[in-house]
Ligand binder design. Structure first.
Ligand code: FEO
Ligand code: CA
Ligand code: CA
Length: 517
């Protein structure tokens, strides 16, 4: 497709048709005729966090930093969310998704090594304060707390799952969300790495990669949930009603009726997209879970009470929620190409979903899908969907984490796996990056690379502060293809040391010019 034609298509996909005429009803005084011209960077194989001119970064916190007298910041930081109390003070939540045993205790599956790994996963509650226009981690604040692989976490409504009404720990914490009542949602994605997996009505248990079940024989059904964390009380709970699968994210929005709606993808080849509509305010403990039939534009209710098919296969709604994938397929949920992060465009209200890729199906570079609920009602059971952006020739591959700034510009990160990076057909994209699709100015609708990650790393957890003068980014899994400690593939962020995942804050005149109110 000719470039200009493609650009026009992208602008219309963004829902910015009106933007071309600077529609005052959409943007008011904010038509951004002063939008900057942005010079991106090219792909890079440099073992560094490279940024476009006009952007800088500082490391906010990194793996093994002490957060209080007894606890350390965990491994492989992912999702970042900020609840800001005022311009100078906030509480940050950071997920710690998975482990690379070589860097922690060692690859031997001893109890000691597994105990160290259990301490390195979960998430961190952190106090941050702003001084001289920079956020800093406040080390000894009493709110600092780890939730990890051994924290006792109850299931909502005292539900018994696989013989217990609580789970030991949270694992695979990938992306997440923030509720309207000021708590964090943390999603358990690749739970099978830790305790294996159990298929519906099968006695066979698939063994895990990390072999934690060797010393802690916890049921796989205790993982794969959305965990809600109240940072004030340091309490957590696992939400049964939102279902169990490789939850990537849990993006909350409030419907016109005041109900909380949560969108979540199941990040696995040929798995589905879901939404949950809570039936009470201030809680996600009850409501209806739907799976997307993308072919027909319908949300199908996973409601045992109302579905003969579900009644035939499942004993009750709890069983439906525990084996959500199975139930979703029975109802006709559409298999998708790894639905990962989900974000809502603040200008148009459309829902954007990363479909990272599906190599066995020949989808090598992924897409970003745009969903428009019927009548823009988040509770609607009908929707329209279309591909917004396709990886490959657009200059990126494997989209994952997304965020919109207040002007409706889309920022997204790529997730080419460590072992694929540098090999065909991914070699030309080089290291993973952070990209911008401006909604304004002559470059609107184009894809501009703003950052390149250190070797093997992925940029995740993109999150703005309230002023949008700081962008927090998790630099996750640098050096994770290292075969031994004397053949490290990355040394970021300390040139001489083991690589370490870290949360950085990006700031600078370019960021401020893009996000300017
Ligand atoms: Fe943890 Fe699907 O990325
Ligand atoms: Ca992810
Ligand atoms: Ca990913």
């Amino acid at each position: 497709m000719h470039f200009n034609a493609q650009r026009r298509r992208i602008i219309s996909f963004l829902g910015y048709g009106a933007l071309v005429g600077n529609s005052p009803e959409i943007f008011g005084n904010n038509s951004r005729s002063d939008f900057p011209h942005i010079t991106g960077i090219g792909p890079s194989r440099q073992d560094d966090l490279r940024l476009a001119d006009g952007l800088h970064y500082d490391v906010l916190i990194r793996w093994r930093d002490q957060i209080n007298a007894t606890e350390q910041f965990g491994f492989n930081n992912d999702f970042v969310a900020l609840l800001q109390e005022n311009a100078q003070r906030g509480v940050l939540w950071v997920n710690h998704e998975y482990v690379y045993p070589l860097f922690i205790g060692g690859v031997k599956r001893t109890k000691n090594n597994i105990d160290l790994e259990r301490q390195a996963v979960g998430g961190s509650v952190l106090r941050i304060v702003k001084n001289n226009a920079r956020w800093q981690f406040a080390k000894n604040d009493s709110i600092n707390k780890r939730i990890d692989g051994s924290t006792k976490i109850p299931f909502t409504r005292n539900t018994v799952i696989a013989s217990a009404d609580f789970a030991e720990g949270t694992v695979g914490n990938c992306a997440g969300g923030v509720t309207p009542w000021g708590t964090f949602l943390s999603c358990e994605e690749n739970y099978q790495l830790f305790y294996g997996d159990q298929k519906f009505k099968s006695n066979k248990r698939k063994k895990s990669q990390y072999k934690w079940e060797r010393y802690y024989p916890n049921p796989p059904e205790h993982y794969g949930w959305v965990v809600e964390i109240d940072p004030r009380t340091h309490t957590a709970k696992k939400h049964v009603a939102l279902g169990r699968f490789s939850h990537e994210s849990a993006t909350c929005v409030t419907s016109g009726n005041g109900h909380t709606v949560v969108y979540s993808g199941d990040d696995k080849n040929d798995q589905c997209l879901y939404k949950f509509v809570a039936d009470r305010t201030g809680t996600l403990e009850s409501g209806i879970l739907y799976v997307a039939d993308v072919v027909n534009g319908k949300w199908l209710a996973l409601d045992w009470q109302k579905s003969k098919i579900l009644q035939k296969h499942f004993a009750d709604q709890i069983e439906v929620c525990t084996y959500t994938r199975h139930a979703a397929k029975l109802l006709g949920g559409t298999p998708l190409d790894r639905p990962e992060d989900i974000k809502i465009n603040p200008i148009t209200g459309d829902i954007f979903v990363s479909l990272t890729n599906n190599v066995p199906k020949g989808n090598l570079h992924g897409q970003i899908l745009k969903i428009t609920e019927k009548k823009h009602d988040y509770e609607s059971t009908e929707f329209h969907s279309e591909v917004f952006l396709t990886g490959g020739d657009s200059g990126f591959s494997c989209p994952d984490n997304l965020i919109f700034d207040r002007n409706g510009n889309l920022w997204f990160c790529s997730d080419i796996s460590g072992k694929s990076m540098g090999t065909l057909p991914y070699a030309k994209f080089m290291n993973n990056g952070l990209y911008l699709v401006p909604a304004h100015g002559p470059q609107a609708g184009t894809v501009i690379q703003l950052a390149s990650a250190p070797n093997d790393a992925e940029l995740t957890g993109v999150c703005f502060d309230a002023e949008q003068t700081t962008l927090f980014v998790s630099v996750q899994h640098p050096g994770e293809t290292s075969k031994s400690l004397d053949r490290l593939t990355s040394h970021w962020p300390n040139k001489q040391d083991l690589p370490a995942s870290a949360v950085v804050q990006i700031h600078g005149p370019l960021l401020e010019a893009i996000t300017k109110a």
